[in-house]
Design a binder for this molecule. Structure first.
Ligand code: FES
Length: 141
């Protein structure tokens, strides 16, 4: 795929977001905004049999932040929680697959940031290496 197709992929997700809304009786939920612009994303999810059975987002913001949330939820839905906990900044950037300037980095990573906060807030943190790593990462963001 060339860069034009990648950009179209982002615009397509922005115009037709996947998994937009809220998960009823969610096990994890968190809302946060980008402090630089006030744009906002809320992530809600249901966990079943140690898998991310359902995940949705809602909010408002620029094309990159909203498309990133759509692409992320599409990609993570149904995956084992162990994999969800390891979903990194690099994984998010690979999913977006476009060049992101330093100024737009917060836009690109907002959805993942909110997901991590939701996981940290709602999941058991007993001796969990992923939990410790996520906490450390969030402190540096
Ligand atoms: Fe606000 Fe991108 S400009 S999240």
């Amino acid at each position: 795929m060339n860069s034009v197709i990648y950009r179209e992929h982002i615009l397509d997700h922005y115009k037709n977001p996947q998994n937009f809304g809220i998960v009823e009786c969610a096990d994890i939920i968190h809302k946060e905004s980008n402090p630089l612009c006030g744009d906002e994303i809320e992530i809600s999810a249901k966990i079943k049999n140690n898998k991310l059975a359902d995940i949705k987002f809602r909010g408002h913001g620029c094309a990159i932040s909203q498309a990133a949330a759509s692409i992320m939820t599409e990609n993570l839905k149904g995956k084992p929680m162990e994999e969800i906990m390891r979903f990194s900044r690099e994984d998010m950037m690979n999913l977006l697959a476009i060049q992101i300037s330093a100024m737009r980095m917060k836009c690109a990573l907002l959805a993942r940031h909110v997901l991590n906060k939701a996981l940290l807030k709602n999941l058991n943190e007993k001796n969990n290496e992923n939990h410790k790593r996520m906490k450390k990462e969030l402190q540096n963001e």
